[in-house]
Design a protein around this ligand. Structure first.
Ligand SMILES: Cc1cc2nc3c(=O)[nH]c(=O)nc-3n(C[C@H](O)[C@H](O)[C@H](O)COP(=O)(O)OP(=O)(O)OC[C@H]3O[C@@H](n4cnc5c(N)ncnc54)[C@H](O)[C@@H]3O)c2cc1C
Length: 344
């Protein structure tokens, strides 16, 4: 008999789980609230540019991650060659350490969303999108309801991959009469997140710096991270620059809802000072994205998160492992997929 699995979320974790089950007889349906896939590893296109405004690249890729990305297709796979340098609270820029420069910085000419696109393309999974799941219920299997009131199921298994606060929200709405539910809601809801507001600055001229990106190592500067998308082939036309500026957690929380028109001039001025280039005061267009739940500060209690696996309810994502990286989410999703195959 065919077994079925519902996956909520088509980020690295959800897509990784679907990929892990590509050769199984499990019928996978992925529900994704956005029009695109890959979640916080996001790419946007605007004015002839393409930019990764969430995760900039697959950070800290080890050999097995690199092997998997190569397996998904070499065409368009890019290791950003220019290095990441550092800066401190006083804006002193320094060459980065060797370790950071050593590991590959993977993305794709078509943007980092290629990761989920390529993973899902190798599966027979049905992707329902844009479909935001509002609640789930336990009956003779798992049933889901979306925000439009449409119902799905029964599914033999359910895998939840949204960021922890959103997963805790789904658990709180669940119709599931089980003693473990309050403990799960508490454990998942306890994961704290750093908030990041990304501000994108575009210039009609090309910057000439020895680095691809700058990271603030003492976490005392208003800017947390700044990257030049033109260092990625296929992202920015020649002769232009596009800076992805990720503001510090404190600044991002304080200015999360401020209109872009108000914050962009201040961010551009800060960047111009940091890079000591007054031309950067005046971008010709700007863009932004708020990430309320950008990076988990810690992981959820593993025993609790895995306590409902006997009912085929699984969880995956960067917050499960407490490591806000694409590769961590990907492998956690693959791992959940493999355990689901054994259980279902
Ligand atoms: C600004 C920023 C910069 C970062 N930089 C890097 C970096 O350079 N390198 C790196 O490796 N990592 C980076 N990260 C971290 C990385 O993006 C994440 O760790 C990783 O993408 C998490 O994947 P995930 O699948 O766990 O979660 P997500 O990517 O959040 O995927 C969850 C998915 O679930 C969907 N969803 C949520 N609720 C529902 C619902 N109710 N119904 C249906 N779908 C739903 C969401 O739309 C999303 O697609 C960065 C993150 C941010 C925000």
């Amino acid at each position: 008999m065919t077994r079925s699995l519902a996956v909520v979320g088509a980020g690295a974790a959800g897509s990784g789980a679907a990929y892990a089950l590509r050769d199984s007889d499990i019928d996978v349906t992925v529900f994704e609230k956005s029009r695109g896939v890959c979640g916080r590893a996001a790419t946007r296109r605007k004015q002839g540019c393409r930019y990764d405004h969430g995760a900039n690249y697959v950070k800290g890729a080890d050999d097995r991650t690199t092997a998997l990305l190569r397996e998904l297709g070499e065409e368009g796979l890019v290791d950003v060659e220019a290095p990441v340098w550092t800066f401190d609270a006083d804006g002193r820029i320094r060459e980065g350490d060797e370790q950071r420069g050593d590991s590959p910085k993977w993305t794709w000419t078509e943007g980092i969303t290629q990761l989920a696109k390529r993973l899902l393309a190798r599966t027979d999974a049905t992707v329902e999108q844009p479909t935001r799941i509002a609640s789930f219920e336990r009956g003779d299997g798992w049933y889901l309801t979306d925000t439009e009131g449409a119902n799905y199921g029964p599914f033999d298994g359910l895998l939840l991959t949204p960021p922890a606060p959103q997963t805790a929200g789904l658990l709180a709405e669940a119709k599931w009469n089980d003693d473990r539910l309050p403990q799960l809601i508490e454990a998942v809801g306890a994961v704290d997140y750093r908030t990041v507001r990304t501000v994108v600055l575009h210039y009609p001229f090309e910057l000439d710096t020895p680095y691809y990106a700058l990271v603030n190592t003492d976490k005392e500067h208003e800017v947390g991270w700044l990257a030049r998308e033109e260092c990625k082939p296929g992202h920015v036309p020649d002769g232009e620059s596009l800076l992805v500026v990720q503001m510090s957690s404190e600044w991002s929380t304080d200015h999360y809802d401020d209109p872009l028109d108000d914050v962009a001039p201040a961010v551009a001025e800060t960047v111009a000072t940091l890079l000591d280039d007054e031309r950067l005061d005046d971008p010709d267009w700007v863009d932004d994205q708020g990430w309320r739940y950008a990076l988990p500060e810690d992981g959820a209690v593993e025993d609790v998160v895995r306590s409902a696996e006997d009912t085929n309810l699984f969880f995956a994502g960067d917050w499960v492992v407490g490591d806000g990286r694409v590769a961590a989410a990907l492998w956690n999703g693959i791992d959940a997929g493999e355990r689901l195959e054994e259980r279902l």
